[in-house]
Write a protein that binds this ligand. Structure first.
Ligand code: APR
Length: 239
């Protein structure tokens, strides 16, 4: 079936969808923000205060990408592309949606597979897996190389396109995010009033919006197979 005829399934994912692949979340008990202070490693002030600490933090996350594999949470979204025009909006900086084969992925908070520069933080360059970013490594513009990550306090250039995708959604799916961070969490405010919303998360997640949400309170992989069963009954086999 041509994409234009398929329902638009827009998905907002967070760190939880990559948890079963071995990527730490941020706010769970063993989350990254329990071992690092956000202000030290995820703000421009932290980078100017101690750039080596920040480079070490992102170099280790970047190296870990080589061992991570997508789980069924990522893979199920690719399988759904046969029946839906699937558009993934992710807060994650890993490349697991791309590795699983998702065709439309929009990163809100940057990408670990890319670096930028202090002068042009929004200009991505491929960051080869086997290299670290070192203090003194200059980009072509002559300024220090930095991770292509949106730090707290920095703009989220892709939020407008993400809001456009969300407004166009026929079905909206949330997987593995605590909805604690804006503007990402605010995307729910762009979901049409009569658009069905589904949420996969092993823990209860508070949404500040009043949509009736179908909650699958499971991990990403198991939750995805339950979701596909629901979609088969309600959308796929009915066409
Ligand atoms: N499957 C699905 N969801 C899971 C799993 C799992 N196996 N394990 C944990 N989760 C859920 C948690 O219950 C929680 O709701 O994933 C969510 C992770 O929430 P956070 O750690 O807050 O991560 P996220 O919502 O992606 O954070 C948003 O905050 O620090 C910033 O830039 C960072 O992009 C990040 C943003």
């Amino acid at each position: 079936m041509k994409n234009a005829l398929k329902k638009k399934l827009v998905v907002l994912t967070g760190a939880g969808i990559s948890a079963e692949s071995g990527m730490s979340t941020f706010r769970d008990a063993d989350g990254l923000w329990n071992n690092y202070r956000v202000e030290d490693v995820a703000t421009p002030e932290g980078f100017s205060r101690n750039p080596q600490l920040v480079l070490d933090f992102y170099n280790s996350l970047h190296r870990s990408l080589q061992t991570l594999k997508p789980n069924y949470g990522h893979i199920g979204l690719v399988e759904l592309e046969e029946f839906f025009d699937v558009r993934v909006i992710t807060q994650n900086v890993d490349n697991l949606h791309e590795a699983a084969g998702s065709k439309k992925v929009l990163h809100l908070h940057g990408e670990l597979t890319k670096y930028a520069s202090v002068k042009y933080p929004d200009w991505p360059h491929d960051w080869p897996f086997d290299t670290d970013l070192r203090l003194g490594d200059m980009a072509d513009d002559g300024s220090q190389k930095r991770p292509y990550i949106v730090w707290f306090g920095e703009g989220v250039p892709n939020i407008e396109l993400a809001a456009e995708w969300t407004r166009e959604a026929d079905i909206f799916l949330v997987i593995g995010t605590s909805l604690a961070v804006y503007p990402a969490a605010g995307l729910l405010g762009y979901v049409g009033a009569d658009v069905p919303v589904f949420l996969i998360d092993p823990k209860p997640v508070k949404s500040p919006y009043k949509h009736a949400i179908t909650v699958i309170q499971k991990g990403a992989s198991e939750g995805m197979s339950d979701l596909i069963d629901i979609f088969k009954r309600n959308y796929i086999l009915k066409d």
